[in-house]
Design a protein around this ligand. Structure first.
Ligand code: KIV
Ligand code: NA
Length: 273
């Protein structure tokens, strides 16, 4: 058994081996990622857009997250599985945050939870970590705060915003996080933060100096429609593959070239043949 743990992640950073991470929301894709040797699978609240057809991550519920986390953890034999805590599941009270984080482990089977935010959530992070639940941080562009941030855009550009992100990273490390996602930050700032921490950084739109990289699976596979952010490299066009297959199926059914005898059960009676 080569199950990846919080210790593995720390060792990978120390050894300078890049951590590979992707999102997954269901059993078959999680199984493929696990078989490929991806280190870190995130059941992201990007679930909302990638799979549920929402316009943001804000409507995603705890029940949604538990449901999809269950499917992913059944498939992930080796990968470290992290589940996102959705909008408002950790902001109301520490008790609420602990209860919700616990559900993602106890019901969902995740190994860790991820929360968006810096200094303002450090006490909550500490409480979850003290309960024995590993926490992944997430700063920079934090999509649950999109209405506050005024859109999906690069963060930490001016000196004040950059130093806020640096102190956020430090306070989260002090609170006990096991890894930190940096989303949409300038590459030099991501490098500086990465070098200042003993826990690994996982970048998305944060340049090559992070200790690892993550992308939304549906974006990199070409399953997402509409706007493609600058940081997304598309590795396949799965939408086109599905369209081709479904198009052939429709044509075959209408022309009666499917199903042939090969795909049918033999006649009950042998007479008349
Ligand atoms: O929900 C998600 O997919 C994420 C990643 C983009 C880091 O939080
Ligand atoms: Na997320």
């Amino acid at each position: 058994n080569d199950k990846i743990t919080v210790s593995t992640l720390k060792r990978l950073k120390k050894d300078g081996i890049k951590i590979t991470a992707l999102t997954a929301y269901d059993y078959p894709t999680a199984r493929i990622l696990d078989e490929c040797g991806v280190h870190f699978i995130l059941v992201g609240d990007s679930l909302g857009m990638a799979v549920l057809g929402y316009e943001s991550t804000i409507p995603v519920t705890m029940d949604d997250m538990v449901h999809h986390t269950k499917a992913v953890t059944k498939a992930a034999k080796n990968a470290f599985v992290v589940a996102d805590m959705p909008f408002m599941s950790y902001n109301i009270s520490k008790e609420d945050a602990l209860k919700n984080a616990a559900r993602l482990l106890a019901e969902g089977g995740a190994q860790a939870v991820k929360l968006e935010g810096g200094i303002e959530i450090a006490e909550t992070v500490k409480a979850i970590v003290n309960a024995g639940i590993p926490v992944v941080g997430h700063i920079g562009l934090t999509p649950q705060s999109v209405n506050q941030l005024g859109g999906y855009k690069v963060q930490g550009k001016d000196d004040k915003a950059a130093s806020k992100l640096k102190s956020d990273a430090k306070s989260l490390e002090d609170a006990g996080i096991c890894a930190l996602v940096l989303e949409c930050v300038p590459m030099d700032l991501a490098k500086e933060i990465t070098e200042s921490l003993s826990i690994p950084t996982i970048g998305i739109g944060a340049g090559q100096y992070c200790d690892g990289q993550i992308l939304v699976l549906h974006d990199m596979l070409g399953l997402t429609q509409g706007h493609k952010p600058k940081f997304v490299k598309q590795y396949a066009n799965i939408s086109q593959i599905i369209k081709d297959a479904v198009g052939s199926y429709i044509a075959d059914v209408q022309s009666q070239s499917f199903p042939t005898e090969e795909y049918s059960f033999a006649n009950r009676k042998s007479d008349g043949k």
